[in-house]
Structure formats: C-alpha cells, structure tokens
Design a protein around this ligand. Structure first.
Ligand code: AMP
Ligand code: ZN
Length: 462
C-alpha cells in the first residue's frame, strides 16, 4: 500500500510521491513563544510527529527532514518582555522571554513523546533571507515600497502570465471576492485593499533590523515572510509537505505560497498542504475569558504525556476534537493496560495493520483499533510492543509507569500491594467478609481493583 495524504489545495486525498525519496522535506508552522503552550497547540505537534515517524519508517530515518520554526518576533512577545523585565533593555528582555518560553515548550512537547524536528529555526536568525526574498519580489514587480513599508500585491501576482498559482487558490477564495468584501478603512500606504505587509518600520522600543529595498529607517518583518524565509533556507524553493492548524490556511499560508512562488518562479511551494482541525474543551471554544484555557503544563501535572498523546490521536487529525475529562480517563485506562502487557516485552517488527491505517491519510482512529486488535490477539506481544514504540509510546518501563501513577495519586504502592495480597489470601480461604472489607478500604483510598484470571490489578479511581 502507498501513502495517501489529503491536500488542502487540491481538496483530495492523493498518493504521496516525494520529490526526492532520499530527502523528504516537511515544514510545520511552530509556536509563537510568549507564554505556556495550550493543549490546542499540542495538536499539530503530535499529529505531525506521527507523520514524521511514519515518513522515517517508510524512507529511512536519515532521509527525512522536518523543520518546525519558532516565531520569536511578535507584539505579544514585546508586551510580555516589557511587563516582566521592565529594568532591562528591550532586546535583552525579549531574548529572556523567548528563551524561557522556548525551553518550556520543549519540556512540554518532549513529555508528549514528540521527537525533536531536524531543525528548529528562529525567525530572528533569518532576517537576511527575508530581506533577500523581499528584494526578489520587488524586482519581479510583485511588491512595492510605500512609506517605509514593503507591500505584496496579490493583484500583480494574478496579473502575471506565468507558471504562478492564483492568489486565493489554497484558501479557495477568489481574489475579486476578497476585494469586494474588504474593509474600507485601508492603511494609506496600500495601493489595494488586498495588499499585505512584507516589511514595516519599527516603532520606538520595538526590535528592529536594517531594512531591504533602500529603506533608510530600521524595520521588522511581517509575519508571513518569516516562514517563506525559513522554509527556503532549510528546505529549498519547493518541498514536499507543509503543515499547520486549519486557522493558518488564510491568510498565513496563502501569503506564504504567494511570496515563495513569486520569488522563486515556482508553481507550488509545497506539494501537499496539510491542516489539523481545531481542538475545543468540553464542548466550548478554548478561551481565557471562558476560563477553560488549558495549558499542556497544567495537564501534565495530572496525566502522563503519553495519555495526552493517545487521547489526541483518537480523533482523525482533520476533524475537530472535543477535549474531555471522560476521554482522558479512558485513554489513561487503555495505556495502563498496554503498559502492563507490552512495556517490558522485547519489540519485534511493527504491525502491518498499524502502518496501513497510517498510510490512509494518518487514520489514527483506525490505527488505535488495530492496536486494540493486537492487544487482544496475545499472539505476538513483540509486534504489539514495536507498534506502540514506533508511535511514540512505551517510553518508560512498566515499573516506572506504575510508580509514577502511584506518586501522582499520592497513594502508597507498597501498602496497596500488601492489602491486595491479604485480600487474595482471604478469598482463598473463602473469608468473603474480610475480602470485601479490604476492597472497601482500598476504595476509600481511591483505589479500584479488578479481578481476572491473571490475578488482581488496581488503578486510581479518578
Ligand atoms: P500559534 O502559536 O497560535 O501560532 O499556534 C501554533 C500552532 O497551533 C498553529 O499550527 C496553530 O494552527 C495551532 N493551534 C492553535 N490553536 C489551536 C487549537 N485550538 N486547536 C488546534 N490547533 C491549534
Ligand atoms: Zn508559518
């Protein structure tokens, strides 16, 4: 079976053919580093980590390059820096905020079992590439300078008679409809309503760099140009896969395509555009004002990262996901069971049923069904263990997993084991009054037990 991926641009699932199977290239828009990442931000991290792992499995570990950027120029970063480090020069304060937030982000996504990407470029280290692209766009007649800004003209792009794609094709929005529906209060330096910023002057106190196109004033890049520059530097003018959340299709990705294709005279920036659906919490859009804003860090205080990972993968990446406590509890029970069966088993080869599910546009619900099938087979635990490891599970031993669960719940594992042994002895001598008493005592400690032919197991009743 071959890998098939859904492409947002052509709106269909198509067979994936790498441009160069020895160098499969993927770019995913990463976080803006100004605060703890929320559980919605974890969705693209986990989804594209699974794709990265699958591509490495198919093409070889050293033949896949995954780039996920860090956006470290943003007004929210400046605000946070000014607030948290009022005594420091702004640039130093910004560096402190972005380094600290970047570290937090890494710690969080490491705990989710996500591999580090091959490269994690920072926007501020690619300003030269941004200037170079801007110069090319001006030279090609796609961009112009006005009042120390550089603007991109989608209308110039669509008027060009060449290989270029049409502006609006990715988001499926015709340019004339955008013009008709645009706001009237357009910035005075824009020739047309749909023009967007490639470069702008820095206000006092904002970070700034030497400007392109002979502009004397120092300035700063627009958001979209960052990703065109970082993708170009690390993956070239045309690469295989570009991903991110569905909210980024317009304007961010539409503008990336416009910039990169016009600068490099390409018909495509990436061959496949992939977008994950949005995550909401207990049926509501996540927002600070609703009080249901959940960071990855908050969740990691209560759940192992692999539980969050499994829970995320229960839903297909293109569907919306409703993040609920009930689903988390179920994911925790599933992983407890999988750890018990597979964590200490020598892995064999991953199962074909698991790989096949992923080959079908990362069908993770089907993949999980396949895993349940392997679990119940009891034929070959090595295949089950290898499949779980390939997917980023079983990073701990069964004992470490159990221990952590016990620590997290604040119960004394030794005491529980002692009570369970006593209860088994009571049952063996048919003293059911005593065995029931012990079960109730455990329940009062928040511990639920389950008897099966293999013995008695326990879990924290949440
Ligand atoms: P940001 O830091 O807001 O630019 O977001 C980083 C990544 O997280 C982008 O790929 C976004 O599309 C994605 N993202 C943000 N919020 C959500 C959400 N609620 N559900 C799914 N993905 C999200
Ligand atoms: Zn981007």
């Amino acid at each position: 079976m071959e890998l098939r991926l859904y492409d947002t641009l052509t709106r269909e699932k198509r067979p994936f053919q790498p441009i160069d199977p020895n160098n499969v290239r993927m770019y995913v828009c990463g976080p803006t580093v100004y605060d703890f990442a929320h559980i919605g931000n974890a969705r693209p991290v986990i989804v594209f980590d699974v794709l990265f792992r699958l591509l490495r499995h198919l093409y070889g570990e050293s033949h896949v390059k995954y780039v996920r950027n860090i956006t470290d120029v943003d007004d929210k970063i400046n605000d946070r820096a000014a607030r948290d480090y009022p005594g420091l020069p702004l640039n130093e304060a910004i560096r402190k905020v972005t380094e600290e937030t970047g570290r937090q982000f890494h710690a969080d996504v490491d705990a989710l079992g996500a591999l580090r990407p091959s490269v994690e470029p920072r926007a501020t280290e690619h300003v030269a590439e941004m200037r170079a692209i801007i110069e090319k766009l001006i030279a090609g007649g796609f961009a112009y300078v006005a009042e120390d800004h550089v603007l991109f003209s989608p209308q110039a792009m669509n008027a060009a008679n060449s290989v270029l794609p049409h502006y609006g094709a990715l988001a499926n929005r015709p340019l004339d409809e955008m013009i008709a529906g645009a706001r009237v209060d357009v910035a005075p330096y824009k020739r047309d309503v749909t023009d967007f910023v490639l470069w702008k002057p820095s206000k006092r106190g904002e970070p700034s760099w030497p400007s392109p196109a002979g502009i004397v004033a120092q300035g700063r890049p627009g958001w979209h140009i960052e990703c065109s520059a970082m993708a170009w530097k690390h993956l070239g003018e045309h690469f295989d896969i570009h991903g991110g959340g569905i909210d980024l299709v317009f304007p961010h990705h539409e503008n990336e395509v416009a910039q990169s294709c016009c600068a490099f005279h390409q018909s495509r920036m990436a061959n496949v555009w992939m977008h994950n659906g949005f995550l909401q919490v207990e049926g509501d859009k996540m927002s600070k004002s609703l009080g249901n804003f959940v960071t990855i860090r908050d969740l990691l205080a209560d759940w192992p990262g692999e539980v969050l990972r499994l829970n995320m993968l229960k839903t297909h990446y293109r569907s919306p996901i409703d993040w609920t406590l009930k689903a988390l509890e179920e994911s925790a029970r599933t992983l407890d069971d999988w750890y018990r069966v597979a964590a200490d088993v020598t892995p064999g080869k991953p199962a074909a049923s698991v790989i096949e599910a992923l080959l079908d546009d990362l069908n993770t619900p089907q993949m999980i069904a396949a895993l349940h099938g392997l679990r119940n087979d009891a034929d070959d635990d090595g295949v089950f263990a290898a499949s779980l490891r390939l997917l980023g599970f079983l990073s701990e031993s069964a004992a470490a997993w159990d221990n952590r669960k016990r620590q997290a719940s604040g119960v004394d594992a030794g005491e529980i084991d002692r009570l369970i042994t006593e209860r088994s002895a009571a049952r063996a001598r048919k003293d059911f009054k005593e065995s029931d008493r012990i079960r109730d005592q455990l329940a009062a400690m928040g511990v639920a037990i389950k008897d099966s032919k293999d013995g008695t197991t326990w879990e924290i009743a949440r």
